[in-house]
Design a binder for this molecule. Sequence first.
Ligand SMILES: *Cc1c(COP(=O)(O)O)cnc(C)c1O
Length: 420
Amino acid sequence: MRLNSKWNRRSFLGSVAIIAGSILAPRKLFSWNRGAAREPAPVSGFGRTGNPYEELGVTTVINCEGTMTMLGGSLPHPELESVMTMAGRHFVSIPELEVAAGKRIAEMLKLPEGYTTLVTSGAAAAMQSGLAGILTGGKEPLIQQLPDLAGMKSEVIIQKTHRNPFDHQLRSTGIKLIEIETRDQLRAAVNERTAMMHFTNFANAAGQIKVDEWPRLAKQYNLPCMNDAAADTPPVSHLWDYTNMGFDLVTFSGGKAIRGPQCAGLLIGRKDMVANALLNNSPHEDTLGRSQKVGKEEILGMVKALELFLAEDHEALAKEWQDRLEGISRELNRVPGVSTSFFVPDIANHVPHMSITWNADRISLTPEQASKLLRSSKPSIVIGSGEGRPGLAMNSFMLQPGEDKIVAAQLSRLMREHAV
Ligand SMILES: *Cc1c(COP(=O)(O)O)cnc(C)c1O
């Protein structure tokens, strides 16, 4: 680091000689150089209070709902912020960086030979560019032509129960989704226009054809298949389980439980398909994916996030999340009429959750009212009525140290205030 800053300093002095008398004021040049010399930059003006959100008049919230993009996803590990800052200190070829980062991530995940990864701006972008790569095969005129599919395949098969708002990213390529329910309907749907078979991981239980059978059938019909597993870590093994099952492409969010940069995601898959996905994505200009720019900061941040995520003691974390909920539960159970129970969703946000219910004869408050009052309380708490269950439901894996105590106190105060 020392050497580096000396080198910077020397080349800086050299540049001063060259551009002496130029239009740039020396003071401006000097502050530019100071940025390169790795000193932490003091913040004046906007951000000086340490809470730029408050400076804008925007309330920060205590998040009991989990990794919701609407609330900012998740909070990155502090080490990640340092690496992302380092990323912002150099210029680099983005395609070269994408390939190198993708290869490093593939090694960390111990993916089989023939597979690599691509850092995208999110799982949604990974879905779109993965499919665009399949449709265009990396041919430039076809890439430029999307979403006009003339001369390309134009259908993607999906189980009816797997439709969800995120399949908009597939439709944005111009393809039509063909819904099926049974194996017979699948067989009948396959034709020369079929580009891909898509699977939505969280919908596994709802569909007749399960996650392990889908890639087997795709192989039988000689079709590529994709699995959208955006929110489906933990468990960490999901990062390699689906390629091992035979999926050609798998998508994950970087900014959910992996705690990567908020604007990052991962496309994991066969090398040729991943290479073609990149050709359909930013920084390449005449592409559908150009609007899904991912920066050098996010690319390096994602490598670091996965390194940290893989090294994490996931069992200890799950225990800590459960302990926090049990602490809140003990406090709430002291309020007459309130009871709690625990559950873990099978897939997506597969972490400890707690249901909070109360006897309506003793506490006069609907779950919707409770949720609203907590949202407008100080500090503001976001907690939803949960997952088709009565009462409120919460998880604790996005809580910051000490926030579990605040949640316990506010919730029990609210319940006592509405006792009848
Ligand atoms: C969150 C999510 C996405 C989108 O992921 P981003 O990383 O926010 O782009 C796609 N599919 C599912 C099922 C999700 O939960």
